[in-house]
Write a protein that binds this ligand. Sequence first.
Ligand code: NAP
Ligand code: G4F
Length: 323
Amino acid sequence: MTKSALITGITGQDGAYLAKLLLGKGYAVFGLNARRSSDNLWRLRELGIDNDVQMIDGDLADLSSIIRAFQASKADEVYNLGAQSFVGTSWTQPLLTANVTGVGAANVLEAVRLVNPDARFYQASTSEMFGLIQAERQNENTPFYPRSPYGVAKLYAHWLTVNYRESFKLHASSGILFNHESPLRGIEFVTRKVTDAVARIKLGKQKELRLGNIDAKRDWGFAGDYVEAMWLMLQQDKPDDYVIATGKTTTVREMCEIAFNHVGLNINDHLVIDPAFFRPAEVDILLGDPAKANAKLGWTAKTQLEQLIVMMVEADITRVSKA
Ligand code: NAP
Ligand code: G4F
């Protein structure tokens, strides 16, 4: 029988890759789509699946719309990927972030509990919850210490997922995903900001790249690899929480150097440090330990950072050339 999945955040980076993965596995894929004044379907178009997914109007802040979407989709699996996901914005819009990123997850969990508690639920948790890290390598047992309103909102959603699993026996799992990127990454995130700028500088359309803290370190992987882990979690007999990461960490500066070097440019000729991009509180370093996902899901990150950044630079060169 055809399985059905409902994805919140289907128009985002992960939503698009996950939709493609599930369509490939024969799922009927439904997406909760918050009404926007501007076009938000470009990622689905780039993957060639915009006509294959079924969009349902709804917003994470509106429980009734989620219930309707869940009823209409008759989903066997619900992936809650929708969020105000940009850490920087969470200091300027902390209440919206709490409502969408935190309470939004409560709304989806309530919809599952009320409409079909047998459906399986995935929560997009994040390494941002580790924040001021309490262990050199972070795993499922590392204590959390979020450093942004976004991290705090995600921590609420994470613990609520654990709580609904324990309280109502829902098949509710959390993926604690470390940073993952792709050519479909939003332009505000540092990797894509860099690869877009490198493409523009190479093509003579921009001169400088302005960044904040380039000493920050992240464990960066490829989004296409990471959505497979989400699906694998919901195929397990028992729900659980899993860290998904590469197990390697790199500074923002080193990541930039990969991008500049790939097109034969010298980073020192173009990079400007701009205090406007520093954050009120920083997550200095993240380094995940994906041993549990390796052992229990058989999952490992396949794409190396260098491959990933080159893929993103090439995609941006193609885009900027056509524009
Ligand atoms: P993204 O590209 O920013 O996508 C966010 C999605 O949420 C978009 O589809 C957006 O819709 C939707 N959304 C925003 N507000 C909404 C609302 N009020 N109601 C319904 N939908 C709403 O994020 P991503 O990188 O794909 O990440 C997916 C999820 O994983 C997010 O929850 C993120 O916080 C989490 N996460 C991401 C990473 C990472 O490194 N990428 C790591 C750990 C966890 P529009 O397109 O219409 O704006
Ligand atoms: O790319 P970023 O904005 O990602 P950040 O803050 O790590 O958050 C991303 O990953 C989380 C998982 O850990 C997700 F939960 C979250 O939704 C999001 O996808 O920033 C990465 C680092 C930070 O240390 C930041 O301070 O890059 C530093 N940075 C330096 N200059 C910059 C800039 N970040 C951005 N966005 N823009 C800059 O100009």
